[in-house]
Design a protein around this ligand. Structure first.
Ligand code: ATP
Ligand code: ZN
Ligand code: MG
Ligand code: MG
Length: 473
């Protein structure tokens, strides 16, 4: 639980840590703890501010959703649901002033909520929770990967053929380039990362490093040392990154010419990340873990730049309980695609117009408890025309959306030969021994009302892709 003395909060104990589209995160300077505060758009009406009670309810909903819905699906060991807290308003206002200078300009279209005083308190996942590494002076590394959707839709509701050939991320890249959000296409393809094929995974991570955008960050001792540059024209300095990584992966002063050894260092980093992403924590090491099979044709993307031979060669499967299998399995709850979900949304809207009181029985906006999970899991397999089917499918779609938007945090720390380690928490790699932990964060519920927007966005991305890749059609 969140042991903080709420009456003694001092903004000097906290510093800017990072932010996404919906929240801003500050970390404690000493304890391995963060506060996640909500943001809102400056274009929003002043009157639309939530009251303290509304904001607290909203954050409590996030906690309930992580704990009662996402945790059972993704696994206890990966999910830390955190705790909703009410902070002194004075502290929050001072904090907001203090972090403002550190914020990237591209995120300043939104401001931190300084009205409600509510926040989510979480463990700082860039720090290893059980650090055994006394006598080791290297601070822990943490690599954050936002993998996005790892499969192609195979729903019969999909109308455009290209959606079953090119993945959403690769199509979205073209849209972001056209809209000016990014200056260069990322060569990362999520289907390569989720393939379980070592060569494809290797290249996926390499492409994340080369063009991190919002999908890749590295923290050292809790500080972000590598992420997308605020100046989108700048190329990443891989030699600079390799300098940071060298003491971890080439410890014994293995010199070499600069460029060659940068390659070697980054290669080692990628190997360690692959081990963490593929490790099956529940299975004893001697037993060959069961595999998660991606159905035929749903595991390769024509948008990926990888050579066809490499795409074809393939045990496309993941060890059953590894973090990637857990996330992919949850993403695949979306088996109708937005094109199949949108008509069901209209069915539910009609039903709610006729019977407004049903909104709460059907748990459209929560509460996110065991019964929500049951409604989602016990949804009929075939459409029987019922409202239960429509709501169950929408719940599944929203849960899948959360899994398509989460981040994986891989914290690693080098440790000596003598440090006693839980076997499951250890990666042996060349000469260095690492202790590591893997977590999943950013598990907010996605709003029911955003389905029509998702539907429009889907056709925009698709039309843009067809236009930009087949200009003569
Ligand atoms: P998005 O735009 O991806 O939806 P968001 O606004 O929902 O993001 P988060 O992803 O939860 O916000 O947090 C923003 C960033 O803060 C993360 O990408 C991560 O780098 C950092 N962060 C969040 N929670 C933690 C944590 N518990 N420990 C360490 N870092 C964290
Ligand atoms: Zn792709
Ligand atoms: Mg995020
Ligand atoms: Mg989020």
């Amino acid at each position: 639980s969140c042991v903080m003395e709420l009456d003694k909060m001092d903004e000097n104990d906290w510093k800017y840590h990072g932010e996404g589209n919906k929240s801003l995160v500050v970390s404690h300077v000493q304890h391995a703890r963060v506060l996640r505060l909500l943001k809102y758009s400056t274009e929003d009406d002043e009157n639309s501010h939530k009251t303290t009670e509304q904001a607290f309810r909203h954050i409590q909903n996030i906690v309930d959703y992580s704990k009662n819905v996402m945790k059972p699906l993704l696994g206890d060991k990966f999910v830390h649901n955190g705790e909703a807290v009410k902070l002194p308003l004075d502290f929050v206002r001072q904090l907001s002033l203090k972090v403002q200078l550190e914020r990237p300009e591209s995120r300043c279209d939104k401001v931190m909520d300084t009205f409600s005083g509510c926040a989510l308190c979480l463990p700082n996942l860039t720090q290893l929770s059980s650090c055994c590494c006394f006598g080791q002076h290297r601070p822990p590394l943490c690599i954050e990967i936002k993998p996005k959707c790892g499969f192609l839709p195979s729903s019969r509701h999909v109308t455009k053929e290209v959606k079953s050939k090119v993945c959403r991320f690769c199509m979205h890249q073209h849209f972001k380039l056209a809209s000016g959000k990014w200056k260069r296409l990322s060569r990362y393809c999520p289907l390569d990362l989720f393939s379980g094929n070592k060569q494809r995974m290797y290249l996926a991570i390499k492409h994340l490093i080369e063009e991190p955008q919002n999908n890749f960050k590295i923290f050292k001792g809790g500080e972000c040392i590598y992420s997308c540059k605020d100046d989108a024209d700048m190329l990443q300095d891989l030699d600079e990154l390799a300098k940071h990584m060298r003491p971890y992966f080439l410890p014994s002063g293995s010199l070499g010419n600069g460029h060659q050894s940068s390659k070697v260092v980054l290669n080692e980093l990628i190997q360690v990340l692959m081990s963490a992403l593929l490790s099956s924590w529940d299975c004893p090491r001697t037993v060959e873990p069961r595999k998660t099979q991606i159905p035929d044709g749903r595991g390769t993307c024509e948008g990926s730049i990888l050579h066809r031979d490499l795409l074809r060669n393939g045990n496309h499967c993941l060890p059953k309980d590894c973090v990637l299998a857990k996330i992919l399995g949850t993403q695949m709850l979306d088996n109708l695609d937005i094109e199949g979900v949108n008509p069901l949304f209209r069915r539910v809207e009609q039903h709610l117009q006729d019977f407004p009181k049903e909104r709460s029985r059907l748990q459209i906006d929560g509460p996110y408890n065991e019964s929500f999970l049951e409604k989602m899991q016990n949804c009929p397999a075939e459409d029987d025309g019922s409202i239960e089917y429509a709501v169950g499918k929408i719940h599944q779609y929203r849960v899948a959306m959360t899994a398509k938007d989460c981040s994986i945090m891989i914290a690693i720390a080098p440790c000596g030969e003598d440090d006693g380690l839980d076997q499951n928490l250890e990666i042996r790699h060349t000469k260095t021994r690492f202790s590591y932990s893997v977590s999943i964060l950013d598990l907010d519920p996605k709003p029911y009302d955003s389905i029509p927007h998702q539907s429009k966005l889907d056709s925009k991305i698709l039309n843009n892709y067809l236009r930009s890749t087949q200009p003569n059609n």
